[in-house]
Design a binder for this molecule. Structure first.
Ligand code: AMP
Ligand code: MN
Ligand code: MN
Ligand code: MN
Length: 288
């Protein structure tokens, strides 16, 4: 791979397994990525690196290169932002402790979510969500969404989020996640690269978004997801511009969660354009 063609690599650096809120095992994800032509893969479970050893082994068994990955939940100016970490040392103690602290409180939050849902006539959501949870420390809104779909309250998870699980809705409970500074520092001090995940999802004003990227960069962040399952084609263009404006490398990842729910399949998004520095160019020595 030469520098000038590395943007043509089929890299998928964002997806979820049963270790967080995906429905497939790391092994099944690796097989699916390989079948779709992925050459460089990362599993990025929410706030959890417990699936990394399995993902690395599965990637190698499939003949794919691998980068370690995680997606950290952050609270920034009162909103939840996701920061993807790539290529870090999985044995870094400060990162592991930071992630443990970030996961803490999810169970209490889930109980409060269930109370909110009970008040609008949906009882038993905590117990209902539990069978969908693969990792007891990682009960997520996604697991509630699956329960509300399976029990017939909504037709799909999108409808659940829209009606029940987003800000201002009865099952929404604000949670205090990590700070932006902490998440970026944990990742970079563990030898990895921090990446702003799906920036178009946050609905920030231009000033807020400018603050996010300025602070992110100031803390040592180096990348932004340009091509992601959460972006439209127009957003690929606008965040390619953002990458260049802030001097950030670009990442590409499907954010695949489940064959039944994800509209974006592993490894099938458009490639990065040649004007961008791919984030994997910063991580040559970290690719396994
Ligand atoms: P949590 O970390 O518990 O707040 O849950 C966040 C997760 O919910 C995200 O990682 C997505 O998987 C999922 N999610 C968020 N918004 C939506 C949406 N509008 N439709 C479907 N899934 C969503
Ligand atoms: Mn998720
Ligand atoms: Mn995310
Ligand atoms: Mn994600």
């Amino acid at each position: 791979m030469t520098h000038s063609t590395s943007h043509l690599l089929n890299a998928d650096l964002h997806c979820h397994s049963v270790v967080s809120d995906g429905t497939l095992t790391p092994e099944d994800l690796a097989a699916r990525a390989k079948a779709n032509g992925v050459e460089l893969w990362a599993l990025t479970d929410h706030d959890e690196i417990g699936g990394q050893a399995r993902a690395l082994a599965a990637a190698h068994a499939q003949g794919m290169k691998y980068l370690t990955g995680v997606e950290i939940s952050v609270t920034f100016i009162g909103h939840t932002v996701h920061i993807v970490g790539l290529g870090f040392d999985v044995n870094n103690a400060a990162l592991a402790q930071g992630l443990r602290d970030t996961r803490g409180g999810r169970t209490q939050r889930a109980r409060e979510m269930a109370e909110g849902l009970a008040k609008v006539g949906i009882p038993g959501a905590f117990e209902g969500a539990l069978p969908y949870v693969g990792n007891p420390e990682l009960i997520s809104r996604t697991h509630f969404a699956r329960f509300l779909v399976e029990s017939g309250v909504c037709k799909d998870t999108n409808e659940v989020f829209r009606k029940y699980l987003t800000e201002g809705k009865p099952g929404y409970v604000a949670h205090r996640w990590a700070t932006l500074r902490d998440a970026v520092t944990w990742i970079t001090q563990a030898g990895g690269v921090a990446v702003v995940a799906h920036p178009a999802r946050y609905k920030f004003t231009p000033n807020e978004e400018f603050a996010l990227f300025t602070e992110f960069k100031g803390f040592g962040g180096q990348g932004v997801e340009v091509v992601t399952g959460s972006h439209s084609a127009a957003e690929y263009v606008s965040y390619a511009h953002t990458a260049r404006e802030f001097g950030l490398a670009a990442s590409r990842g499907s954010d695949f969660h489940s064959p039944a729910e994800s509209h974006t399949e592993l490894g099938t998004l458009p490639l990065l354009n040649s004007q961008l520095t791919p984030v994997w160019d910063l991580l040559g020595s970290r690719i396994q």
